[in-house]
Design a protein. Structure first.
Lengths: 241, 261, 212
């Protein structure tokens, strides 16, 4: 127990990197997901092809492989060295962004066509239709899956420990290597840290979901316990609906 | 061409296919400004397609649609008519409003936003002005107290009256009504039809209605078109169509519909 | 720019790595399928189900990489091979996902089906085995397939516990020859080569089963 109390500040330092990577990775992934996902719904074939190539490539390659590529191979062909942290944000953002793009695309396609037609009848431009009518409705549908993705992203940040960055995982690895405490305690603390972080993320996404559903005039579960209910995992990939 | 003599809406040998299914087969149809026209006929006879073509939700496979003496489904490039671009359509469909069978209100917006969205963002009407107009229109449809409600809090009949207000807010010259009471519970139909009767009485908007409400069709229309298999089987004033139909197809259709009522 | 000589040397080595990857994926996935089904069924039991739920949530929301090094370190003195540890940890981790998939499939079975079973007084092994699971699993086959691909893409993590899979092979050779560009690019390409066609297969499955 003494070990845990004394070691907490160091764990916290590691956790800060984990949080930072999750945050920046999520921002990058979100932007990519919205842009590429929307591209996937337009009529222009070239735009759709670009969106498809991006999603297939970055969903297909493991985040760790991407990280090695950006961390080590990138400098060999460009002569430009990325910091490991930046490489990690790129790898994670591109990877999760590709999953997110599928979610955005299928959610937009799931908004009833009649909604677009009503917007055309009001003579709205494509941009206004998408921004004011289609996206707000798709948003409520995206959120639960985004919740799962941000947790996947958070978990995936642990890979930076393999490249020597001091995140929550690396702190635990170092403690174990220095044998200051037993293996079980050292890793249990790290795992609990990740678990708590995940719970915070779940609550945040739940709050966003409630807001989105309220805006659509849908009933929301306003209980406190409802906030902690983890989002259920989708049973289909994007696409098929 | 004098605008007064020219029909407001003109379908010139319009063809519309969905895959192998020919819905409209060389249709000719004229509607004059201010006229109230009702389209009746069995389902699948192409009535709704006519409205959807006018709203530019579908595009013709042949022939041309003219509105106000100008090409509508097409535009001039030099002397030649080519399919209209999105930009051209956006400029020209401003004058047309539509009410849908399933209302299609935007669930993410309040009633007020639903009604002001079009005027503010596609016509450039100032917000306050659009909002005042929304209040007037909602008063007309009897829903002024619901202005800040969400569509999901309204009954079907109320949603449809909001949808009518939303369409009128665009100050359309042409109003398309696509089976606007078909999705409603029977006790809510009358309220919606009353609103439409009032519009017919108070305004000179050109109206095209697809409906199965024969009494309503008889009351408001100047002309009734009986459709069958993508063609006009018969057309004429309501007294003639309902009182003295000439075609067998019309007789059997009316018999079936009226017996059902 | 692209070193062809080095590539010739890399490819056979990467193939041995791929074989390890495939073993880990197939065996780990088999474990995830079986264990996940057990978890999904146990979760319907009152108190025990609640405890199982908390445990699976904990496993699901924490990094599999930490779980790998954790179990690997704990068993450092035993003679269990790293590959076995990798298979078990990946299998257990992914069983928390497959359990959710099975659960949604089971909940998707109409209530009337359960009631009909009650009306016929079917024994519970027939209720599950003949009525509920055949309907539930059919619907979730595409979702389960997705987790097979996801698991395949997590196998590079085994590198961290010194399993000689593809990424570790690339890392060794890349370090030896001071060329990491070809090594890591080929690993990425190998993943694409497997992942893209399997994504196509899953989409086919979705079209076939989602309609039911």
């Amino acid at each position: 127990m003494d070990f845990v109390i004394n070691a907490l500040p160091l764990y916290w330092e590691g956790a800060l990197l984990t949080i930072r990577l999750t945050l920046f990775g999520a921002v990058l992934a979100f932007v990519l997901a919205v842009v590429v996902g929307t591209l996937g719904t337009v009529r222009n074939r070239t735009a759709r092809a670009v969106a498809m190539v991006y999603t297939e490539v970055f969903r297909g390659v493991a985040a760790l492989v991407l990280l090695y590529w950006f961390g080590y191979s990138f400098v060999e062909i460009t002569g430009f060295r990325l910091t490991t942290e930046f490489a990690a944000i790129l790898a994670l953002g591109l990877n999760i962004g590709a999953y997110g793009a599928e979610v955005v695309r299928s959610s937009i396609n799931a908004v009833p066509r009649a909604q677009t037609e009503a917007a055309v009848a009001l003579n709205m431009t494509w941009w206004r239709r998408t921004r004011l009518v289609v996206f707000p409705q798709a948003w409520a549908q995206m959120l639960p899956t985004f919740g799962n993705l941000v947790i996947e992203l958070m978990k995936a940040t642990a890979i930076v420990s393999i490249l020597g960055l001091t995140d929550l995982t690396k702190v635990a690895n170092d403690f174990r290597a220095s044998a200051v405490a037993d293996t079980f305690t050292v890793y249990a603390v790290a795992l609990v840290g990740y678990f708590l972080f995940a719970q915070v993320l779940i609550v945040l996404v739940r709050l966003l979901e409630r807001r989105a559903n309220r805006k659509l005039g849908r009933p929301t579960d306003d209980s406190l316990l409802g906030l902690l209910r983890p989002p259920s995992i989708g049973t289909t990939t994007g696409g098929a609906r | 061409m004098e605008p007064g003599n020219e029909p407001l809406i003109k379908f010139d040998s319009v063809v519309k296919r969905f895959g192998d299914n020919v819905v409209l087969d060389g249709l000719d149809l004229d509607v004059n400004a201010g006229e109230r026209v009702t389209l009746i006929g069995p389902s699948g006879s192409g009535k709704t397609t006519i409205l959807r073509l006018l709203m530019t939700l579908e595009h013709v496979n042949g022939g041309t649609i003219w509105v106000g003496g100008r090409p509508f489904s097409h535009m001039y490039r030099g002397d030649k008519l080519v399919p209209a671009s999105e930009k051209y359509l956006r400029e020209h469909r401003k004058t047309i409003g539509m009410v849908f069978q399933q209302f299609n209100l935007f669930p993410n917006m309040t009633v007020r936003k639903n009604v002001t969205e079009g005027p503010v963002h596609s016509l450039g009407v100032p917000k306050e002005e659009a909002s005042e107009r929304a209040v007037e229109l909602l008063e007309m449809v009897g829903l002024a107290d619901k202005i800040d409600a969400h569509p999901t809090q309204l009954s079907g009949g109320q949603q449809q009256r909001v949808a009518i207000a939303r369409a009128l807010a665009m100050r359309p010259e042409i109003l398309l009504l696509d089976e606007v009471t078909s999705a409603l519970d029977p006790e809510l139909v009358a309220g919606v039809l009353d609103v439409l009767r009032e519009i017919a009485r108070e305004t000179d908007i050109t109206m095209l209605c697809v409906t199965h409400e024969m009494a309503f069709a008889r009351d408001v229309s100047d002309r009734v078109f009986m459709f069958d298999a993508g063609r006009i089987a018969e057309s004429g004033p309501p007294e003639q169509i309902f009182g003295d139909p000439h075609e067998d197809r019309t007789k059997s259709f009316l018999k079936a519909v009226l017996e059902h009522d | 720019m692209w070193d062809v000589e080095f590539t010739r040397l890399l490819i056979p080595a990467l193939l041995t790595g791929l074989w390890v990857t495939v073993q880990a994926t197939v065996l780990g996935y088999a474990l995830a399928l079986v264990l996940g089904l057990a978890v999904a069924m146990v979760r319907r039991v009152k108190v025990v189900g609640g405890i199982v739920f908390v445990v699976t949530e904990f496993i699901r929301t924490t990094p599999v990489l930490v779980q790998l090094v954790f179990i690997f370190s704990l068993s450092a003195l035993s003679d269990v091979s790293p590959l076995t540890i990798g298979i078990v940890v990946l299998g257990v981790h992914y069983s928390t996902y497959t359990a959710e998939v099975y659960r949604s499939g089971i909940e998707g079975v109409a209530k009337g089906q359960w009631e009909a079973c009650r009306a016929l007084s079917l024994p519970s092994h027939r209720v599950w085995g003949a009525v509920v699971l055949p309907q539930a699993i059919r619907k979730v086959i595409p979702a389960l397939g997705n987790y097979l691909i996801a698991m395949f893409k997590d196998t590079p993590l085994l590198f961290a516990i010194s399993v000689p899979e593809m990424l570790s092979v690339a890392n060794d050779l890349g370090g030896q020859y001071f060329r990491s560009f070809e090594a890591y690019t080929l690993v990425g390409a190998a993943f694409l080569l497997v992942a893209v066609p399997s994504a196509v297969v899953i989409r086919r499955l979705e079209r076939r089963y989602a309609a039911v």
